[in-house]
Design a protein around this ligand. Sequence first.
Ligand code: 8YV
Length: 337
Amino acid sequence: MNTTTNTRASNQKPKILVARAIFPEALAKLEESFEVRSNQEDRIFSPEELQKELSGVVGALVAGSERIDANALVNAQDLKIVANISVGYNNFDVPAITAAGVMAANTPDVLTDTTADFGFALLMATARRITEAEHWVRAGHWDKWSIVNNPLGMDLHHSTVGIIGMGRIGQGIAKRALGFGMNVIYHNRSHLSDGDEKACGARYVSKEELLRTADHVVLVMSYSAESHHMIGAKEIAIMKSTATLINIARGGIVDDAALAQALKENKIFAAGLDVFEGEPKVHPDLLNLSNVVLAPHIASATEKTRRAMVALAIDNLRAALDGKKPPSLINSAVYKD
Ligand code: 8YV
C-alpha cells in the first residue's frame, strides 16, 4: 500500500482520505484538523484498495479516477461525505451513495471559464492544425513551404459552431465564439431561457440539424447512459466532410473506434479530443492519425483553477463534517438540517 497515514496527528482528530495528490499547503492545512490518510504518490487505487482506504474515514476527497459505488462503500460505515475534485461526477453512483447515507459533492462554477477557454483552444488547434504544423517544423519540413503544401486548415471566423450540451461551459464557449464572428447553434436537453440564448447569440436546433450544418461540433454535455456513444458512425456520417469534432465532455460519449475509422477515411476534417473511452488509455488507431489533436484531460488544468477546485472540495468536506450543508451538495436528500 502506497498511502501514508499521518502518525503525528492525534487520535482525537477525525480521519479523512485524500485519494489523489493535492497541493501540499492544502494538505498541511487539512492535517491541522484531521488525521489524513493521503496519497501524495498519486498512484490510482484499485477498487479493492479504494474499499480499504474508505474504511474508517468520515470524509474523502476523490477525483474522476475513483469510482464511488456500492462496492467501494462496503466498509465505509463512518463515511459522511465524498467530495469530488471535479464538476462532472459520472464516477459517482449517486443512488448507491445516497442509499449509504453519504453526502456527495462536486466543484461547479470555479472551472467554467478555464474549461471553456480550453474547449476553444482545442477547437482552434484542431481547425488550424496547430499540433500537426508544429510537428512539421520539428521534422525539418519548413523548407517545403508552399502556397498549397502547408498544413491547410479550416476557418473559425464566420463559420457555424454547433454546441451539444449548453450548460455553463457550453455557454462559455458560445460567448467566445461570438467574439470570432461565428454563428452559434446548440442542442441540449432543454432550451435556454430567451435571455441566455440572447447572451450567447445561440439558436436551438435538433441534434440532426446541428450535425448536418455545423462546421465545428463541440461536445460539452455530461456523461450518462443516455449520452453513451451519442456520437458514433451514424452521426459522423451526417456531418460535413469539412467539419471538426471536439470532445471536452467525457470519454464514452463518442465511439472512439468509429471516430478513428472516420478520420482514417477522411469522413470529417479533424477531431480534437481531451477525453477518451477508458482513459488514460487511448484507442491505438487515434495515436497513429495526424488529423486528430490529443490532450490528456486537461480542460480544467490551470494552476489557479485546480487550486480553486481543491479549495471548493475541501469546503464541501469541512461543511459536511461540521454539520453544515456543503456548498455544492449533489444529493440533498441525505442532508439533514
Ligand atoms: C477534472 C473534469 O480534471 O471537472 C471535471 O468534470 O473533467 C476535470 O476538471 C477531472 O474530472 C478530474 O477529477
